[in-house]
Design a protein around this ligand. Structure first.
Ligand code: FCB
Length: 458
């Protein structure tokens, strides 16, 4: 572990240190003030989908406790907060009626951040699609992209004057592949054709969302948050290397290609083009508008080898074994060098704007000890190691502008429910008591140094 002050000296003084959350994971109050269900309410209330049939009805009760939570962020000395806005609070049926009390909540939240001198980084879509839109096919329908554009306009018209940055989407990889091909996340579909439709219409919605932001609040830096995969071949064989390239195109190229190059990966289109929706004239221009920034969410590498099964769908890969023996409690391999090579590869392959690490962190489930403290040394080590890599990237000249720890506090970890904990702050779900963990104290010692006097970025 590195001493926070020593680590701080490796970052420019204007580097942004923040913490991140997402609406469905923390807010609860799922029926309050006109909110209607999202696809995650439906999915989590369905037996067999989420661990223990946990749902988002109460979560961290942040909807009612937001002031204390913002105080906590301020007390920790953290100067930026990444949160997401719940579409079903703003336009409960996805289209149609606007729900003013929903907008009021985020209005107060953003004012609360400004009052505490905390930067507001908003995400418009972190997976809570209004359930009513499933009637038209959800993300597999082109109309959903236009519904998103309208929602983006409504939000930006109300909050745009006070946001420091906005992202259209969080991790399209999850809301597309994990949700429509692998069936793990809502709506739980397992179908390549559906997934490819969701892919294109999500990409289109991103582009239309950027349009909306630029029309209504052009002063707010607009970006996109991607969980790019650091794809590593399982061996040096030509087959495994080719498999890794296919995996790169499928898992990264499907989003980076259209957004940063205005094209889908050629091999992928050759293999899967017959299942694609119609890409209309002008779609790729809308999708590939220049962004002000992009966000990288990184946790663990993806190791792949070739799948010899002739009937395997593109990208025809299978998992290769981890190299590092260290794993977090959710089973993800800890391997910080993959973060370095990932950023290098992405800047090599695409023309990317400045980067924020918008999520990075580790799942460890230890609770309070006899002294009422949470000793989560492995999480602290994870942060220390990965932040060291970010400092190395800055030294090498990559335009890394900030880092957000996932997460401020333990929360609803999607299909894993509340059993998997990623927080710097422990949440007791019976009492809603928050306890800053050892890692949280370490992180706040680091974050509290910023902004610092040693500005050196361009
Ligand atoms: C990411 C999600 C975030 C959280 C972390 C652990 O994929 O964006 O909401 O669940 O994983």
């Amino acid at each position: 572990m590195t001493d926070p002050k020593t680590l701080a000296a490796r970052f420019p003084g204007d580097f942004v240190f923040g913490v991140a959350t997402a609406s469905f994971q923390i807010e609860g109050a799922s029926k309050a003030d006109g909110r209607k269900p999202s696809i995650w309410d439906a999915f989590s209330n369905m037996p067999g989908r989420v661990f223990g049939r946990h749902n988002g009805d109460i979560a961290c009760d942040h909807y009612n406790r937001w002031e204390q939570d913002l105080d906590l962020i301020a007390e920790m000395g953290v100067s930026a907060y990444r949160f997401s806005i719940a579409w079903p609070r703003i336009i409960p049926e996805g289209t149609g009626r606007i729900n003013e009390p929903g907008l009021d909540f985020y209005d107060k939240l953003v004012d609360g951040l400004k009052a505490r001198n905390i930067k507001a980084f908003a995400t418009l879509y972190h997976w809570d699609l209004p359930l009513a839109l499933m009637g038209d096919g959800g993300w597999t329908a082109r109309s959903t992209a236009y519904a998103f554009q309208r929602y983006a306009k409504v939000v930006m018209a109300r909050l745009g004057d006070r946001l420091d940055a906005v992202a259209t989407f969080n991790e399209p990889w999850c809301s597309v592949w994990l949700s429509h091909l692998y069936g793990v996340h809502a709506p739980g579909e397992r179908n390549m054709e559906a997934a490819l439709h969701a892919m294109h219409y999500t990409n289109l919605a991103h582009g239309l969302g950027v349009d909306a932001i630029r029309q209504v609040a052009p002063q707010v830096p607009a970006g996109l948050v991607l969980n790019a995969h650091s794809v590593i071949p399982g061996s040096d064989s030509a087959e495994d290397k080719a498999a890794a390239e296919r995996a790169f195109q499928f898992h990264n190229g499907a989003f980076f290609g259209p957004v940063f190059k205005g094209e889908y990966p050629a091999d992928m289109m050759e293999a899967l083009g017959d299942k694609m929706p119609k890409v209309e004239d002008g779609d790729l221009e809308i999708i590939s508008q220049k962004l002000d920034w992009w966000g990288l969410n990184y946790y663990t590498p993806m190791r792949v080898s070739a799948n010899p099964d002739a009937s395997a769908d593109y990208p025809a890969t299978k998992d290769a074994p981890p190299v590092s023996k260290v794993k977090t409690d959710i089973g993800w391999e800890v391997y910080a060098p993959a973060l370095k090579s990932l950023v290098e590869t992405l800047y090599d392959r695409y023309e990317l704007p400045v980067c924020y690490i918008t999520e990075n962190g580790a799942c460890y489930n230890m609770g309070l000890d006899a002294k009422g403290e949470v000793d989560d040394q492995p999480r602290l080590d994870y942060y220390s190691e990965h932040l060291g890599v970010v400092a190395d990237l800055i030294k090498d000249g990559f335009p890394m502008r900030g880092y957000f720890a996932w997460s401020l506090m333990d929360n609803f970890e999607w299909a894993e429910g509340y059993r998997m904990r990623f927080g710097l702050v422990h949440v007791d779900y019976d009492t809603q008591v928050r306890t800053v963990k050892k890692s949280g104290k370490w992180y706040s010692e680091l974050a509290a140094q910023f902004p610092a006097g040693n500005y050196k970025s361009a």
